[in-house]
Design a protein. Sequence first.
Length: 505
Amino acid sequence: MMELKDLFYKWVPVYIKLPVLFILLFTILVSNGIFLGNSTEAFSSLGVYTEPFTEAYNAMYIGMGLGLMIEMRLKLRFTNKTLLLWGLGVTLAMNTICATTASPLLMVAACFIIGVIKMSAMVEVYVIWMFVWSKKGDTSRLYPFIYFTALAGLYFVTWATTRLAYYFNWRYAYIVICSLLVLCIILSLVFVENHRLKKALPLYRVDWPGLALLAAALLALNHFVVWGKVEDWLHAGRMKLTLCFALASFFLFLLREVHARRPLVDLHLFRKQTFLVGLFYFFVMGIFFPSTLQSAFSASILQYEAHRNTSLNLYLIPGVLVGAVCCFTWYYRGYDQRILIFAGFAGFVLYHVIMYYSFGLQFTQEDFIVPSLIKGFATALIYIAVGLYTTKGFDLKNVIVAAGIMIIVRSFLSSAVFTALYGDMLYKERLRHFNLLASQVDAGSDIVRQQGGAMNVFANLQGQALLSASKAITGGVIIIGLAFLLILIVIYIYQKLRGSFAVPS
């Protein structure tokens, strides 16, 4: 049985505990090894493709999911202070490697290790925060705070690292993060008590072969999804081999989980309907969540520089705050969480509707405020409501594994697949619209002379093609979103009617 004890010495007062806990939580959440804000400057400086940075970022979330799956065994073997310092120390070392290496492969490996190991520190802080918000361990009180800190922290750090890269150097972001990690290690050494375990269980009970097989499958799939567009998907032999390796590894993993005495993942989890439906909701969220179209519009059409482009993320933070407060109040009053989930997806659809009718050259930075607030609000609702819906009803042992699977689906599969899909669709649609527009322009026409020559016309056509492609894809997203909302309404009405006409036992 896992022992839950206070993290701090008894002499540490509350007014020190809470700030230390927040510094630990914020630092652990944002120390990801790769920062979206300075990645443009980083890969330009190193002279590599952007794909290794995307692959490394996804690998970090894969590591987080896998790290949670073995965390229960680690807590039965090591003390809380050992796990906290281990997580912070390894995260510091791996961030240092990311800051200094020029090897894309080493960067991906370092980010994967960060994801796996930092969960040891994250769980220790998470458990204490859970009892700060609810003496009974009610996660519906904790999730709004955790996800506001995670989402708002991510948006803020993306903006801050872009500013550091723009005014100084992209490596300055790592100096700040490493300094925070050093501070967290010092605070842990001073204030955190080392509670000895009554009985330490050996680590051989961890399904290490299963963990290795699942990691190999997910990392191979990550490589395929990220590099597919560059190498033309299955037209490249290396992509075929990568996909076959991913599928074979996953099949072997499932085979082992069926026959293993102590499996990494209890496959009986997938018999629970709310768990499967919650994972499906998170996967569908990937249709609406990626900012590929907005980034292409603001960078290529409006000509925003990187630091100005990422400043749009700051508009999301108030929306996330409102969504978190709404969720806290909603669950506190015991309202139906299905309405929250519907409102979250409706918010995503509304965001795309506003952007669809707003795409144009007259769009200003202030015009991003309303749609960004709506997207931030919807994001908070989906992360919190679907997260609680997915993991409810599990015991402590299984809820940690379920949360690990949820992170992999939400932050890797959903995000990576649809980001890659939108990037590929945007490229092909832009090319198609450009060819269509170019075929209607005569090289000797008055339009060419009025716009200063063929090169200016070429640039204008590229912009118009991107606008047309963005609107076409956004329109498709809206249609899918409206159809999905209609399905949710029909299911909700059916369940209500079924409940009303049910015969009491």
